[in-house]
Write a protein that binds this ligand. Structure first.
Ligand code: FNR
Length: 345
């Protein structure tokens, strides 16, 4: 089991990087911000900083969960953490189950904390992991928070995946109440619905990452791993990221919603923030930048995204993130239609 899990870590990186352009859209092309010709302040006045998990970040950006758990991926976490420190953004490690099962693999996660002692670092486990493992994962990397991932379609597409999803919400409630740090419940590319987010809120969760459709597709990755196309019929399953954000935001709950799943640009980030989300996460495009280029390449990518966010904020007339969220946002096309059909205005 442990060997299989370790191999899977390498497979996920290899196949994620091989994926072509997603067949489905994240829906951000249907979200429009409005040009403000009279912003009345200068580009230098624009403030993209925010506070997340009690710490100030240069911008509300998260290098989302990718890896750990195989000796060959320790360098990836090391580089991601160095980039997170230098750019002032948050980071999550990948699922720590391998490190909990085999202490020899802990170092592949611990490097992230060693490289960024004062940054925001999130631990990561399946939402089915019991409270003792959740606490151990947080302790392993002195994490500021814990991501619990939900990934039913991926498990079903995985030959060795779970088939029993009983008791997950009770476990999330238990972990959330017993842990000393905040819990973020995230999807991995299939999106959270309004009903799911409401159930998570009722279980005590105050941070959700919608992990919507339109970016990395784990059904496709699992089909590539198995060499079969058994899941081809359901490959486009999921809720587009922009839709999932609007589903969650429509609840008007006191929660922080993180936008992720197919985000690529500073414009996407600005749109998500203007809608009312508190953070934006990206996984695959950051991994690709790092592996295709270097740490320097990824630093340039992230600073480029932050600069683009700054431009869009100025062009929308928003000096800071509190002002950005008050700016008008238009929702058009299929995203608007989804909202109407779901009775969300
Ligand atoms: C992931 N993702 C992920 N998520 C998680 O919660 N635990 C994990 O261990 C992993 N592992 C992982 C490996 C690789 C190679 C990739 C590309 C992604 C999912 C990730 O955090 C994110 O939710 C999705 O990838 C959607 O975001 P992007 O890639 O579309 O920006």
């Amino acid at each position: 089991m442990t060997k299989q899990r370790q191999k899977r870590k390498l497979d996920h990186i290899e196949y994620a990087l091989r994926l072509g352009k997603p067949e489905t859209s994240s829906g951000f092309e249907e979200i429009r911000l409005i040009n403000d010709s009279l912003p009345g302040f200068s580009l230098g006045d624009v403030d993209t900083t925010c506070v997340f998990m009690g710490k100030r970040l240069a911008a509300p950006l998260l290098i989302n969960a990718i890896t750990g758990g195989h000796p060959a991926v320790a360098n990836i976490n090391k580089s991601l953490a160095r980039v997170a420190r230098q750019t002032g953004v948050a980071m999550a490690v990948g699922s720590q189950m391998a490190g909990l099962e085999d202490p020899g693999l802990r170092q592949t996660y611990e490097v992230a904390r060693q490289e960024n002692p004062d940054g925001v670092l999130l631990a990561n486990l399946s939402a089915g992991a019991p409270p003792e493992q959740a606490a151990a994962a947080v302790e392993m990397i002195s994490a500021n928070g814990l991501q619990l991932y939900l990934n039913v379609p991926q498990e079903l597409a995985m030959r060795e995946g779970d088939r029993d999803f009983n008791g997950v919400i009770d476990n999330i409630r238990e972990v959330t109440s017993r842990l000393s740090v905040p819990v973020v419940v995230k999807e991995v590319g299939f999106g959270l619905s309004r009903e799911t987010i409401s159930a998570l809120y009722n279980a005590g969760v105050r941070y959700v990452d919608v992990g919507g459709q339109g970016g990395t597709n784990f059904i496709e990755i699992e089909d590539m791993r198995s060499g079969q196309k058994s899941s081809e019929g359901v490959r486009n399953w999921g809720i587009p990221t922009a839709v999932s954000l609007l589903e969650g935001l429509s609840l008007e709950l006191p929660i922080l919603i993180i936008a992720s799943g197919g985000l690529e640009t500073g414009v996407d980030v600005a749109k998500a923030l203007a809608l009312g989300t508190g953070m934006a996460g990206m996984a695959k495009i950051f991994l690709k930048e790092l592996t295709d280029k270097s740490e320097e390449g990824l630093i340039n990518k992230i600073t480029g995204i932050i600069n683009e966010l700054r431009l869009v904020m100025l062009m929308s007339g928003a000096k800071n993130l509190a002002q950005l969220v008050k700016k008008p946002v238009l929702v058009t096309g299929s995203v608007a239609e989804w909202m109407i059909r779901r009775g969300i205005d």
